[in-house]
Design a protein around this ligand. Structure first.
Ligand code: ATP
Ligand code: MG
Length: 196
């Protein structure tokens, strides 16, 4: 039986650059796959194909049992994504950013508020929670973006270089949250430059 994330023969070229040259992967449900590779190896391109943001030239993929090319909208309902570059609303505070994500996922206002407070705490953002995100440092912005990806626990999560720019304490906080997610049954594909 194919795993929660399954890809066969993914090929993607950009002009004369072959970004993906026949990628196969299979991630069993409730496990973590780390994609490790040098700059330009095709990690982000792989994540973009699997999260329906980019169509491959050839190959097939399923996520949570759903065909990525045939039913992208259905796939989007089962996944969470934190991209390589932080995507936060600069004009909202950290707290408002997280509450907004909760509300977009149809959480009740009270539950969204509680989840936001919990994540702000875990990622050591409580002191800055009520400042607009545009005043955040690079690492703070990164942590807010990760927290936003973790507001709900979708069955399948993708994280593109989640540890980049994090200090050791916050890297540990991230690994702790990830362990909880995975022990709750989430399947995770992440990319990283860190061998450990
Ligand atoms: N939209 C694009 N247009 C042209 N070339 C692209 C595009 N996206 C990716 N590429 C090329 O495809 C190759 C793989 O890029 P990709 O971003 O997937 O690498 P990566 O493994 O994520 O690298 P990094 O570690 O630097 O994030 C690179 O040569 C890159 O220049
Ligand atoms: Mg990348």
């Amino acid at each position: 039986m194919p795993g929660a994330i399954h890809a066969e023969g993914l090929v993607k070229t950009f002009g004369d650059v072959t970004a993906l040259d026949g990628v196969d992967l299979d991630v069993p449900e409730g496990t973590v796959l780390g994609l490790l590779g040098p700059n330009g190896a095709g990690k982000t391109t792989t994540v973009r194909v699997l999260t329906t943001l980019l169509r491959p030239d050839s190959g097939t993929a399923t996520v949570a049992g759903v065909d990525v090319l045939e039913h992208p909208n259905e796939v989007r309902r089962s996944i969470g994504l934190s991209g390589q570059f932080a995507a936060v609303d600069e004009y909202l505070t950290g707290r408002e950013n997280l509450q907004m994500v909760g509300r977009l996922y149809q959480m009740r206002a009270r539950a969204a508020k509680e989840r936001a407070a919990e994540l702000l705490d875990r990622f050591h953002l409580a002191d800055a929670a009520d400042r607009p995100a545009r005043t955040y440092s690079g690492g703070m912005r990164r942590r807010l973006d990760l927290a936003a990806a973790l507001v709900v626990a979708p069955p399948v999560m993708f994280m593109d270089e989640p540890t980049t720019g994090l200090d050791p304490r916050n890297r540990q906080a991230l690994w702790d949250v990830i362990k909880e997610l995975v022990s709750g049954g989430t399947t995770l594909l992440l990319t990283t430059q860190y061998l450990e």
